[in-house]
Every structure is written in structure tokens, then in C-alpha cells.
Design a protein around this ligand. Structure first.
Ligand code: FAD
Ligand code: SF4
Length: 507
């Protein structure tokens, strides 16, 4: 006999929050929580080893917590006998075990999973602040989908940093006070390190056995895998980093992996921290006088602005978004994205820390590896697959628009009104990478010239007709137009010879 009052609640690896809609609707006395580590989820991207540890360890800890709170949890480990390897298979097996056909879950964050599980009753994911309906209604009223206007609406909707209808301090955005290069005596606090407990240690052993050929260093593993430890990381951020948030947001320093960034995305993305609650507490820190307005506003903008906007764009444009390629970029991803073996010191450093920590901050992702991919015309799909694999916070809903739209301009300008393209000059201004690079950042076309310089102008040349009509690129196109023919040819030759040499592995 099936029990009509009993349901199976499927909880996914990025839904580890007690406040998730499925748990709120569930009934502790009757319902059964299903959590499953399945092979399918380990292979859709070539995940970094640390990402496996984060997600599996956090899932196992969450299952323990639910049991302590009185829930019945049916947890299937990756190596368990009979594990079918797919979520669908595990749902079917659980239905047999518990003699029920009632299953529901909170909406998966990614298109792939929503499609696979669309026959199952789905509740809205209320951890996001802007619903699909609200974002789509906003998008329908706009000619251009610019983040800044979306962000203002979100400020009003959440009442974060508002004085009645006016933004706190009179301005919506204090970015002009931020984004400086790092000072010589810069001190950056390290994020707190958490010693792996037995659960995490077991997962480390599992990953060592099953995924030893995946990208990245497995140990030391120090990320939080419980909400309690994520809360410690958050408090550390409030006390040591938030007061300086934004000041050096775009700066890069060799050997300094975290600068004044929060390192909270891994925890927010899997449910260990609630984004709106984090923002409310940031506002409180400001109102109590602990942090300047520019820092609080800058952080809140990243979450209720960028993070929500990116998610809105993803759902608005999927499933086609993954295939866009407005600049017809076709070059294969060079090996050095995986090995770090390149003489370009900026790229080498970004890949090195990505391999070690599964983390690089936004400007390293956007203006080093992303910028190179944009200028070199790398195939957007291959670049997307790389970003989805190598970062601990990488889930398609957030990674894809950042890569395809923001970094590669492959959506033709939907997400950004101009491409984030830069020559070596920008990298030299914002970092100290060039000081120990074998290329000369001041040179453009010589054999030892910084490759970003010729590649930048070659990129402008290749897309001259498109960008000439873009008001934000017109001046750059005008400058290129004034180069004499000899210089233009030298740029094209240097760009081509460099790109050929990286395919042959010479750099
Ligand atoms: P902070 O700099 O401290 O920012 C605070 C928070 O704001 C972050 O934790 C994050 O939740 C949010 N945030 C800031 N910028 C963005 C943004 N552009 N999009 C969404 N949220 C944002 N972020 C991911 O979470 N997962 C990804 O897979 C991912 N891939 C990216 C790929 C590329 C090519 C680029 C350019 C950016 C990508 N980002 C991604 C966005 C951003 O780089 C990371 O959110 C950020 O680096 C995370 O580190 P942090 O927590 O220290 O962020
Ligand atoms: Fe990168 Fe060019 Fe600077 Fe070298 S000189 S670190 S390649 S920007």
C-alpha cells in the first residue's frame, strides 16, 4: 500500500539550506529526504578536485544536520552498491524503497537539471531575490538589459541602503571611489581555513581514488563545508575585509590570491549562506558605523545587482545561450589553460592559483584568462567548459553568462555594452605581473612584445566594422584607423605568429 501522505523530497547538492522551499513545504513526520551522489553529476564538467570535496562533504554534513533535526534522510553515496549513477535512477529506486510516487523538489538552478527533472513537482527557489516572473517582466520593459538599472530596481524592492525612495548617500553607485591598483604595503587578510573533519577526510579519500586525474590540487582543503563554518567565514569577512571591499577590487598582486574579496561565492552558491540575509547584515554593519558606504554599497551591488541579474539573463536566454558566438570565435583552447605552461606571467599566475585553490577573483577571470580568450578568438564553448570545470563556485547558471556574455562578448552585447577587451597596459596598471614577465609590456609588435598588445589591436581590426558603430568603442576604432599600413601589418603579423606558436606549444 502506498502512503498518500508521504512524499520524497529531493535535495540537490547546491540546495543545502534549511530555508529551502522544499523543506519548508515538507512534513518531518511523514516525508523522506532523498540526497544522492551520482556519477552523472561528476562528469557533466571536468570538475576541479576541490569542488567535488566541497559539494559532497557539504551534502553529507547537511544530511547529518537534517537527521539531527528529526528528518528521515535516505542518502546514497557515490560508491554505494546499486547506485544507478543518475538522479532519475535514484528517484525511481527511492520510490520503490519507500513505496511512494509523490516526489517534489525546489527548482534546480541549472537548465540541464530542470529539463531532466521537469516531470517532477517543482517549487520556486526563494533563495534568489528576484523571481523569474519579476525578471522577465523587467526585461520586457527594456530596450537594453543593463545591470545598473536592474540593480536600482532591486535596491527599491529590497529596501537595502535606501532612504525612502532615495539611495543612501544620494548616489546609487560608489564605484568611482573604488578599483585602485594595490599599494606597495598592501595587507590582505587570508580567508579562515577549516581543518577537514572525518566526513571531509572521507570525501578527500574518495576524490583521491576516483578523480585523481581531474584538474587541480586536492589538498590542502580548507573551505567551510557546513553552514556553521560558513558563518565563521562570513564574520571574518565582516571584520577584516568588508571595510576595504571595493578599494582594490580590480587589483592583482603575484602570490596574493584573495586580495579584498569575500570568498563567499562557494558558500552562497550551494546554500550554506543566504544572499539576502548576508546583504541585510552588510547594511547593518554600515548603519552601525563599522564600514564605509562605498564598501557596503559595492558588496550589496555584487549580490542583488550582478548575481541576480546574471541569473535572470541565464533563464531568459537558455537554452540557446550556450551556443551563441557573435564574434565567430573558433580557435581551440590552448593547453596552457590547464597546465599554466606559458611565458605570459599574468596567465601563468591566474592558472597556477586556479589549480591550487579552485579560486581566482573576478578580475583575474575577466581581464586575464577571459581577456586573452576574447582577444585570441577562442571558441566560446570550450572556454565555457573550462570555467565551469575549474572554479569551486562554478555552476552553469552563474558561470555561463559571465563567460559567454561578460568575458567573451559572444552574445553580441546583450550583457555588456562593450567588450571587456584590454591591452597589456591595463594589466600592468592593475597588477605587478608584468614586472617578472619575459615579455615587454611597453612593446607592441617586436618578438619580445607583450602578446596582449598586438592581440588587442588585431581584435579591433578583425571586428572593426562591428565596433566602429558602437559609441563606446568608436574612439578605439578611430585610433586604430589612424595607424599607418606598416603598423597595421606588423600588428597582424605579431598576433598571428603568437597565436600559431601557442597552438604549437612554443609559449
Ligand atoms: P567578491 O568579489 O567578494 O564578490 C561578492 C559576491 O558577489 C560573490 O561572492 C558573488 O556571489 C557575487 N558576485 C560578484 N560578481 C558577480 C558576477 N559577475 N556574477 C555573479 N555573482 C557575482 N561567479 C560564480 O559564483 N560562479 C562562477 O562559476 C563564476 N564564473 C565566472 C566566470 C567568468 C569568466 C567571470 C568573469 C566571472 C565569473 N563569476 C562566477 C563571477 C565572479 O568572478 C565570482 O562570483 C567571484 O569572483 C567570486 O569570488 P568572491 O566570493 O570572492 O567574490
Ligand atoms: Fe601579461 Fe603582457 Fe604583462 Fe606579461 S607583459 S604579464 S603577458 S600583460
Amino acid at each position: 500500500m502506498t502512503n498518500p501522505d508521504q512524499s520524497i523530497i529531493l535535495i540537490l547538492g547546491d540546495q543545502l539550506s534549511l530555508n529551502i522551499s522544499s523543506l519548508r513545504q515538507g512534513n518531518k513526520t511523514n516525508d523522506i529526504i532523498l540526497m544522492a551522489e551520482v556519477a552523472e553529476e561528476t562528469t557533466y564538467a571536468a570538475h576541479h578536485k576541490k569542488k567535488f570535496v566541497l559539494v559532497f562533504s557539504a551534502m553529507r554534513h547537511f544530511a547529518e544536520k537534517l537527521r539531527k533535526l528529526g528528518w528521515t534522510v535516505d542518502y546514497v553515496k557515490l560508491g554505494d552498491a546499486g547506485n544507478s549513477g543518475t538522479l532519475e535512477g535514484e528517484i525511481a529506486r527511492a520510490c520503490d524503497r519507500h513505496n511512494t510516487t509523490n516526489v517534489f523538489l525546489t527548482e534546480p538552478a541549472e537548465w540541464r537539471l530542470r529539463e531532466a527533472l521537469k516531470h517532477i513537482r517543482t517549487l520556486e527557489d526563494t533563495r534568489f531575490i528576484c523571481s523569474h516572473a519579476t525578471f522577465n517582466a523587467w526585461a520586457n520593459t527594456r530596450k537594453e538589459l543593463r545591470m545598473e538599472f536592474f540593480y536600482r530596481d532591486m535596491r527599491k524592492a529590497t529596501n537595502l541602503l535606501m532612504n525612502g525612495d532615495e539611495p543612501e548617500g544620494g548616489k546609487w553607485n560608489y564605484d568611482s571611489e573604488n578599483r585602485n591598483p594595490a599599494k606597495q604595503d598592501l595587507f590582505t587578510p587570508q580567508p579562515p581555513h577549516f581543518k577537514p573533519d572525518q566526513i571531509t577526510q572521507d570525501v578527500i579519500t574518495l576524490v583521491q581514488e576516483k578523480f585523481k586525474n581531474n584538474f587541480g590540487d586536492l589538498e590542502p582543503f580548507w573551505f567551510a563545508t557546513t553552514a556553521e563554518n560558513a558563518e565563521i567565514a562570513l564574520t571574518h569577512f565582516f571584520e577584516h575585509v568588508l571595510p576595504h571591499f571595493g578599494e582594490t577590487q580590480d587589483a592583482m598582486v603575484e602570490g596574493e590570491y584573495f586580495m579584498h574579496h569575500s570568498i563567499l561565492s562557494p558558500y552562497i552558491n550551494i546554500g550554506l549562506l543566504n544572499p539576502l540575509e548576508v546583504c541585510r547584515r552588510v547594511e547593518q554593519r554600515y548603519r552601525e558605523g563599522h564600514v564605509p558606504l562605498a564598501a557596503a554599497e559595492g558588496f550589496i551591488r555584487q549580490i542583488i545587482g550582478w548575481r541576480e541579474y546574471i541569473r535572470g539573463i541565464y533563464w531568459l536566454k537558455m537554452p540557446d545561450y550556450v551556443n551563441v558566438n557573435a564574434l565567430s570565435a573558433k580557435r581551440p583552447l590552448p593547453d596552457f589553460y590547464w597546465t599554466g605552461k606559458t611565458q605570459m606571467n599574468c596567465v601563468k599566475q591566474a592558472v597556477k592559483q586556479t589549480k591550487q585553490e579552485a579560486y581566482a577573483h573576478h578580475i583575474q577571470r575577466l581581464m586575464i584568462t577571459g581577456n586573452f580568450a576574447l582577444l585570441a578568438g577562442l571558441d566560446p564553448k570550450q572556454v565555457h567548459e573550462w570555467y565551469l570545470a575549474v572554479y569551486i563556485d562554478a555552476f552553469e547558471w552563474v558561470e555561463l553568462p559571465n563567460t559567454i556574455g561578460m568575458a567573451l562578448h559572444a552574445d553580441g552585447g546583450l550583457l555588456g555594452s562593450k567588450p571587456y577587451a584590454a591591452s597589456g597596459n591595463y594589466i600592468n596598471k592593475m597588477s605587478n605581473y608584468c614586472k617578472s614577465c619575459s615579455f615587454n609590456v611597453k612593446k607592441r609588435t617586436e618578438d619580445d612584445a607583450c602578446p596582449f598588445n598586438a592581440l588587442y589591436w588585431d581584435f579591433i581590426a578583425r571586428h572593426f566594422e562591428r565596433f566602429r558603430k558602437n559609441p563606446r568603442m568608436a574612439q578605439t576604432c578611430h585610433t586604430y584607423g589612424k595607424f599607418d599600413e606598416t603598423e597595421k601589418q606588423a600588428i597582424a603579423k605579431r598576433a598571428a605568429s603568437f597565436l600559431d606558436s601557442q597552438i604549437s606549444g612554443q609559449y
